[in-house]
Structures are given as structure tokens and as C-alpha cells.
Design a protein around this ligand. Structure first.
Ligand code: NAP
Ligand code: GCO
Length: 266
């Protein structure tokens, strides 16, 4: 097996949650370009149809399913249908996620629960649904899309940071519990990436100046730029492929160095 063979995903079935746009779409495209058949899901039928056309235009074999990752019954039916139509899922990318930016004491318990439900319970539900098939097949890869907020907090993102911190530990626990079945579970920790989720943090001000948060992130990132979803493609293929068969329970940060950097002296 050559080193490039180790990165090949030919013949694999990859399920990317939230793969209609943003980071999920980029990861789906990367795994598809490496040879995998891409299954993706979301909550909105129009976005699923547009994404299907986008994948096809990019030459990727992909099929979208309308499924909410928090609905355990729907997820079980979804995974069963995929397994019947495409075979056992080899790779699961738990990408689907939301954020609510609200000061903690202004946030309702229901809003907090919604973020935890999608960002943490969703990956649990999805992983629980696909692991039995991976065990039967004798191998599997699970990639959880964590965050810088798996390590750090900031104002207004308490629910999100709690969920992403929990997702880091869920990653380590799946790695621990299912490693003996040749299943590797790792995380990708993106830094600040230019997607619809972060668009509010990058909007130009009325006078045309940068959003203060935009300037702040550029000052805190050694790479001096926001990441793009494409910056995550290599890490996704690595963690989805045989090249990472002895990597387990690791969070691979793709963040331009922001976690390494204390910031310039005033
Ligand atoms: P995004 O642009 O808001 O996309 C989120 C995706 O998740 C959409 O496809 C959305 O599709 C899907 N989704 C949301 N809730 C869902 C649910 N209940 N069931 C199924 N699908 C659901 O976000 P993004 O920036 O690409 O982020 C993707 C992941 O990376 C998230 O987990 C996010 O926390 C994480 N992340 C983002 C950044 C960043 O800077 N952008 C950095 C670190 C980590 P529908 O709305 O159509 O269902
Ligand atoms: C925020 C951002 C971040 C990014 C990402 C950083 O409001 O601080 O949305 O949370 O989404 O998670 O890694």
C-alpha cells in the first residue's frame, strides 16, 4: 500500500451530518474527492436539493436525506435506509450544529437545551446509530466537529462551549470504548471559519469598517486571516482514512494558530 493509498476512501460510505453547506459541505466534497460515496442530511428540503445539485456539479456521488439529528427514531430509520441502499456506513462526520450568542443569564433554559440537543445529543444519537454496523463490518471512523470552544470560553456562547466541551469528551469516550473494534473516533477543531454561522461576526459596519469582532479575531490569529471551509478538507480526509488508523481520541485543531497564541503585547 503506497502512502497515497492510505489516504484513499475508494469504496467507502461516508455520512456527513449538516452537509448541505458551510463546513459540512466542504468535508463532504473532500471525502467524495477522495473516493467515498457521500450521504448528507439536513432539516430543509430545498437546501438538501440545492446541495445535491452542488455535489453533482462538483462530480461527487452524493445523496441527501431530510433528518434532524436530535430525532432518535428518525435517525435510526435514516441510518437503516442508508445501510440498505448503500451498505454499512464506514465514516460518520458529526458536523451538524448551531450556536446561540446570548449572555448566559439572559438565555432561557430552553434555548440552552436546544444548543446542547443539536451540538452534543445529536452526535451521541448519530454515533449510537452507526457504531453497531461498524462493529459488524470490523472497522469505522467517527469524526466529531468540535471547536476552539472545546477548549476556551468567551462571552455569550455558554451553551455552545458547554456542548463543544462535552463533544470533545464524547470523542475521547467513544475512542476508549470502541477502539477494540477497530473504530477510531477523533475530532476536528476549527478555529474561526468564514461560513453562514459566523457571518454576523464579519459583517461590515455602516461606515464600511470591519466588524470589531472580525478585527479582534485577526489580531488573535497568527495566520492573520479567517479560515475557510476548504482549510478543513485535508484534516477530514486524514481522519477518515487508513492513514489515521492509530490516531484515536485526538482533537486536530485547524485554527491558524489561534489556540497557540496569547496575543501581541499592547
Ligand atoms: P452552518 O453554516 O450554520 O451550518 C450548520 C449545518 O448544520 C447546516 O447544514 C444545517 O442544516 C445543519 N443543522 C443544524 N441543525 C441541524 C439538525 N438539528 N439536524 C440536522 N442538521 C442540522 O455552520 P458551520 O459554520 O458550517 O459549522 C458546522 C459545524 O462546525 C458546527 O458543528 C459548528 O459548531 C462547527 N464549527 C464552526 C466554526 C466556524 O467558525 N464556522 C468553527 C468551529 C466549529 P439545516 O439548517 O438545513 O438543517
Ligand atoms: C463565536 C464563533 C465560534 C466559532 C467556532 C470557533 O461566536 O465565537 O461562532 O464559536 O463558531 O466555534 O472555533
Amino acid at each position: 500500500m503506497t502512502i497515497l493509498d492510505r489516504f484513499s476512501l475508494e469504496g467507502k460510505v461516508a455520512l456527513v451530518t449538516g452537509g448541505c453547506y458551510g463546513i459540512g459541505y466542504a468535508i463532504g466534497k473532500a471525502l467524495g474527492q477522495a473516493g467515498a460515496t457521500i450521504i448528507f442530511n439536513g432539516r430543509n428540503q430545498q437546501r438538501l436539493e440545492k446541495a445535491g445539485a452542488d455535489y453533482e456539479a462538483d462530480g461527487i456521488q452524493a445523496k441527501g436525506f431530510q433528518c434532524d439529528v436530535t430525532d432518535e427514531r428518525a435517525v435510526t430509520d435514516f441510518v437503516d435506509e442508508v445501510s440498505r441502499e448503500f451498505g454499512t456506513i464506514d465514516i460518520l462526520v458529526n458536523n451538524a450544529g448551531i450556536i446561540k450568542r446570548t449572555p448566559m443569564c439572559d438565555m432561557s433554559a430552553e434555548e440552552f437545551r436546544q444548543v446542547i440537543d443539536i451540538d452534543l445529543n445529536g452526535p451521541f444519537i448519530m454515533s449510537k446509530a452507526v457504531i453497531p454496523g461498524m462493529i459488524k463490518k470490523g472497522h469505522g471512523k467517527i469524526i466529531n466537529v468540535c471547536s476552539m470552544m472545546s477548549e476556551l470560553g468567551r462571552e455569550t456562547v455558554s451553551a455552545y462551549a458547554a456542548a463543544k466541551g462535552g463533544l470533545k469528551m464524547l470523542t475521547k469516550n467513544i475512542a476508549s470504548e470502541y477502539g477494540p473494534y477497530h473504530i477510531q473516533c477523533n475530532g476536528i477543531g476549527p478555529g474561526y471559519i468564514a461560513t453562514p454561522q459566523t457571518a454576523p461576526l464579519r459583517e461590515r459596519q455602516e461606515d464600511g469598517s470591519r466588524h470589531p469582532f472580525d478585527s479582534f479575531i485577526l489580531s488573535k490569529t497568527p495566520a492573520k486571516r479567517w479560515g475557510t471551509p476548504e482549510d478543513l478538507m485535508g484534516a477530514a480526509v486524514f481522519l477518515a482514512s487508513d492513514a489515521s488508523n492509530f490516531v484515536n481520541g485526538h482533537i486536530l485543531y485547524v485554527d491558524g494558530g489561534i489556540l497557540a497564541y496569547i496575543g501581541r503585547q499592547p
